[in-house]
Design a protein around this ligand. Sequence first.
Ligand code: ASP
Length: 320
Amino acid sequence: MQPLSLVIHGGAGTIVPEDMTHELEKAYINGLSQALENGYAILEAGGTAVDAIRTSIKVLEDNVLFNAGRGSVFTKKGVQEMDAAIMDGKNLKAGAIAGVRNVRNPIELAYEVMENSNHVFLSGKGANDFAIKQGLKLEPDEYFFSKFRYDQWKELRDSDNYSLDHTHQDLAELMKDKKFGTVGAVALDQFGNIAASTSTGGMTNKKYGRIGDSPIIGSGTYANNKTCAISCTGHGELFIRAVAAYDVSALMEYKGYTLQQAMEEVVHHKLLEIKGEGGMIGVDAHGNTAMVFNSAGMYRAMKNSKGEIKVGIYKNENSL
Ligand code: ASP
């Protein structure tokens, strides 16, 4: 029987048990589990990897705890500008969007770009216009508002600083330091195809139309049936410079590394050398999966047809 696998993440960073309340931990685990189960149900029902990851990402985008869709961080101007990408490893088709506002599910816009446009990457107003043309669901600014990210932004908005953190003041004053809330999903379906997707609000107080690694094919997101499907999370500028997701694929294709070896090489060596904090999730066409990070924690979960299920937040912990 053809193996099935799904891996998701909800961001990486300085996520340590001391800063976490039991309640919040539960809320994150529930959010991850729901995204995992809904996405995996698509695979089990014979759906494609692309549809499974879209499903998982939408659940995470709709959950205010994660920095993607609803609950995205605030820009310098006090609005949400979202980035997302999706890639189909079967044919190397890809769709990406950046700096988009008011689109309820940015991953759906990236999907529309992939399937129903002649382009790969749309940005800003043009991307928004395309969302309207494709009939995607829009929401008012209030929908994206979250008190804890607003408070976090208030602390930064009068400065030139930007932050990859999303400090939850109301939610238990946790994550004082760095933490990333981007979401991602990768999957292998019954047809032997793999796919990857990533969605994010980016960084608090970002300005000048800043775009991170998430929507950049090869940096934050990449999929190729020959090698792997990868979704990254972390300090985007460094992941762009490391061309992180594609680098994993290249190590597998040209050097014969396994998925795990290639991801460890990029996360623990290449990225660390330039102080690129964060992590990534991956799957290959045989159903092998990996979740590798160099930060204190990464929200993550996986499920496969061998019956393995893992949900984790901190280091040295494979399941909760
Ligand atoms: N990589 C994302 C960015 O730089 C942030 C994150 O992963 O949380 O926009």
